[in-house]
Design a protein around this ligand. Structure first.
Ligand code: AMP
Length: 225
């Protein structure tokens, strides 16, 4: 089973795709994580991509597609995998389509004002990549209720899972966020169109928080098996 998670930054794409990977025992593949690890380890790839990440810009397709192609050729992907942060462009979606058959696209839908509040309060473990959120967002916008509770660590700035230090990613600062949301909107439209024409997209509203969204994603996946 090959599942693609789509959704703007801050919609919980990382959290939901990782949980889904745990529950389905499929590997979770995040191109963002692969790039960050390469930067952290100062590899040739890391040197190639670090400027793009610090500016919140997309890494060129040639590099990204090659990294993805290599990753999904590993034996752990034989039964399927979950993609988080790929594809970000139509050529990336088309390249994936030439390699494998995507079964399901989970499209996470959220309100922009809520996304900005959540993203600027996001913290990530510098060691294992676990994501936390310090903002408790409960508000009414245009007559709709948005309930996204915080997910803080038990100890301030320390990862519950591995004890690593939590960091505020450079691209989670407000000025870069607005830029990332614009890029994401512009880039996601043609990808969604591409997958909708194949009839494999399921829209999931994430505004009601973790407890309702998680089960709703799992129900959707079960319906597709
Ligand atoms: P993410 O962790 O998915 O938000 O990705 C962080 C950053 O990595 C993005 O802002 C891009 O600079 C880069 N990146 C991750 N995935 C891709 C992709 N599929 N295509 C291009 N750039 C990417």
């Amino acid at each position: 089973m090959i599942i693609v998670f789509l959704g703007p930054p801050g919609s919980g794409k990382g959290t939901y795709s990782k949980r889904t990977a745990e529950l389905t025992s499929l590997p979770h593949i995040s191109t963002g994580d692969i790039f960050r690890e390469a930067i952290h380890n100062n590899t040739a790839l890391g040197k190639q991509v670090q400027e793009y990440l610090s500016r919140g810009e997309l890494v060129p397709n040639e590099i990204t597609i090659e990294i993805l192609r290599e990753r999904i050729s590993h034996p752990d992907c034989a039964k399927g995998f979950i993609l988080d942060g790929y594809p970000r462009t139509l050529p990336q979606a088309e390249a994936l389509d030439n390699l494998v058959h995507v079964d399901l696209v989970v499209n996470l839908v959220a309100h922009e004002e809520v996304l900005i509040a959540k993203l600027s309060a996001r913290r990530i473990c510098g060691q294992c990549g676990e994501i936390y959120n310090l903002a408790d967002v409960h508000k009414m916008i245009d007559g709709l209720k948005y309930d996204m509770p915080s997910m803080p660590p038990q100890k301030d700035s320390i990862c519950d899972k591995c004890g690593g230090e939590l960091v505020h990613r450079k691209d989670d600062q407000v000025d870069v966020i607005t830029h990332r949301l614009q890029i994401s909107n512009r880039q996601t439209k043609p990808i969604l169109y591409f997958y909708r024409s194949k009839g494999i997209v399921e829209d999931i509203n994430v505004n009601l928080g973790l407890e309702k969204t998680g089960p709703s994603i799992m129900r959707t996946i079960k319906n597709h098996i």
